[in-house]
Design a protein around this ligand. Structure first.
Ligand code: UN1
Length: 526
């Protein structure tokens, strides 16, 4: 049975400034709400099913205060030159370098991903802070040739306002930084509602950010944290006109609700919802690369990434050989305490997730799937461990179209590249995809207009583990949003097209003549 030493827990908590009972609401170093009179939740470690510490949730009064502070903070922050805002993010990145190990450990303790992945997530925050710093000098707009004499036409990008960032448990610190660090250099202020399954990681991040806020003498209201339930705080946010943008990471059903409510008030959304990512392995694939990538993609984070490899589309010529080798690898995967070296698969997030896995296994059997390895819950007194599972499936099985947030990989036999792409694109989700081949024709077809319909398409590398430099997100029911690198920053700003007439006349666009004889602009002579 996996045990989690309470000394380790206390040490991690105290290094990050957390205590047994923590406020879940803050607008800045002196802007923490009291814990009294508020509903209190316990954050449970999935490693042993025991509480780590408590968090007091936001009430409506807290919410109003946070929104008002975020609005006030915006009035200040939007006028700070972007490269100066970038310096603040750089400093936050430097703090994260110092806290990398301990924050990574807290992520492991709170959500159960292995320590390598916990610290990897903090590295992702550090990388995005570097990216954001460079970006702060590159928020470029276009200049456009005007059709009118003595006119200048250009576009500029301006801050949007206080924005809502709603994140899920599986990347409890990195996903916030993809949004917040970019949005911060863009001049927005943040209202962050993290998952109530990972509140302590969020409080730790807020405290690290506040060290920098304090050191630079910044006002409250730039980085705001509000921990509460989706049914209260989440609902208030999506219905609140004072938040012009909601960036939401989570499930497709919740994403649909967010989209509907925000659209109703004509607000903007960035949606990063579920995936159902496939890896195509062609007959000429490098087996070692493909196996490494699929193992990481399907078993990493216990199958709880939105980029997790959920389907393996395997060419008939190599089907038996590749599959038996993969099954052998699965048998060697150590499931257990994610803090222990050598363990590759930690627990699922909670009891409910284990139930979802169990139900999926039942469904798989009913629908005719054949379990080749795994398929069982690892019965323990505490903790939420399941076996990484490989299922021989067919494309018509209903469950294959769904995202089950657990380490279950469906294998489907394919005859050729056209069939592979057809089956690949036959699911409602469109986040990430991969092909394993050295054949230029296969690869190019996969990347063509008739190829993968996903936001991310990889060749000879895993569906999961994207770098921060690219825009991250997907199509179809994945929601269409883009976060992180490339020009995703544009989603956090408002675009303004500007026309300046510096001439002595008023030529109208499209050559329209309009008006009477106004004569010359003559100033009164003194
Ligand atoms: C998520 O699961 O919500 O590409 C994000 C990846 C990570 C991010 C996953 N960089 O797997």
């Amino acid at each position: 049975m996996a045990t989690l030493s309470r000394e380790v827990v206390s040490e991690v908590l105290s290094k990050l400034g957390l205590s047994e009972l923590n406020s879940g609401v803050s607008t800045g170093p002196d802007g923490w709400s009291p814990t009294e009179g508020r509903e209190v939740i316990e954050s449970i470690s999935p490693i042993d099913g025991k509480p780590i510490a408590k968090v007091a949730l936001a009430n409506q009064e807290d919410y109003e205060r946070v929104i008002k502070e975020a609005q006030k903070g915006f009035e200040y922050w939007r006028e700070v030159p972007a490269p100066k805002r970038g310096q603040i993010i750089r400093e936050i990145g430097n703090r994260l370098r110092e806290y990398k190990d301990v924050l990574g450990k807290l992520v492991t303790i709170e959500v159960g991903k292995i320590y390598q992945e916990g610290t990897g997530e903090v590295q992702e925050m550090i990388d995005i802070s570097d990216f954001a710093l460079g970006l702060s000098r590159q928020l470029y707009g276009l200049t456009i040739q005007s059709e009118r004499e003595h006119h200048r036409l250009y576009e500029q990008w301006l801050p949007l306002g206080p924005i809502g960032v709603i994140t899920s448990f599986n990347f409890p610190v990195a996903v916030y930084s993809w949004n917040a660090f970019i949005a911060a250099v863009c001049g927005d202020t943040m209202v962050w509602k993290p998952s109530s399954s990972a509140p302590l990681s969020a409080i730790a991040v807020q405290k690290i950010i506040e060290e920098v806020v304090k050191e630079f003498g910044l006002p409250n209201g730039i980085f705001n944290l509000i921990i509460g339930k989706g049914s209260t705080v989440g609902e208030w946010m999506i219905n609140d006109k004072r938040l012009p943008l909601i960036s939401f990471t989570g499930s497709i059903p919740m994403g649909k609700r967010v989209a509907e409510k925000v659209a109703k008030r004509l607000g903007k959304t960035i949606l990063e919802l579920g995936g159902n990512n496939a890896a195509i392995v062609m007959e000429d694939a490098n087996f070692v690369i493909a196996k490494k990538a699929i193992l990481f993609g399907a078993v990493g984070t216990a199958g709880q990434r939105c980029t997790t490899t959920r389907r393996l589309l395997l060419h008939e010529k190599v089907y038996d050989k590749f599959l038996s080798e993969l099954v052998e690898l699965y048998k060697q995967v150590k499931v257990g305490n994610p803090l222990e070296e050598g363990v590759l698969c930690g627990p699922l997030i909670d009891k409910n997730a284990v139930q979802v896995y169990k139900n999926a296994i039942e469904e798989i059997k009913k629908q005719g799937g054949k379990i080749l390895v795994g398929g069982n819950v690892i019965e323990e007194e505490n903790g939420y461990y399941v076996e990484p599972t490989i299922v021989e499936a067919t494309e018509d099985m209903e469950i294959v179209k769904r995202e089950t947030f657990a380490p279950i990989l469906y294998v489907i036999k394919i005859k050729n590249i056209d069939e592979a792409i057809r089956i690949h694109n036959s699911v409602p989700q469109g986040l990430s995809s991969a092909i394993f081949t050295n054949n230029l024709k296969y690869e190019e077809k996969f990347l063509s207009a008739a190829g993968s319909d996903c936001g991310i398409a990889n060749v000879n590398t895993s569906t999961s583990g994207a770098e921060i430099g690219g825009a991250f997100g997907g199509e179809k029911e994945t929601g269409g949003g883009r976060e992180s690198g490339s020009d995703a920053w544009k989603g956090y700003m408002r675009r303004q097209t500007v026309t300046i007439n510096w001439g002595d006349d008023l030529p109208l666009a499209q050559g329209i003549k309009f008006g009477l004889d106004f004569g010359e602009d003559k100033k009164e002579e003194k």
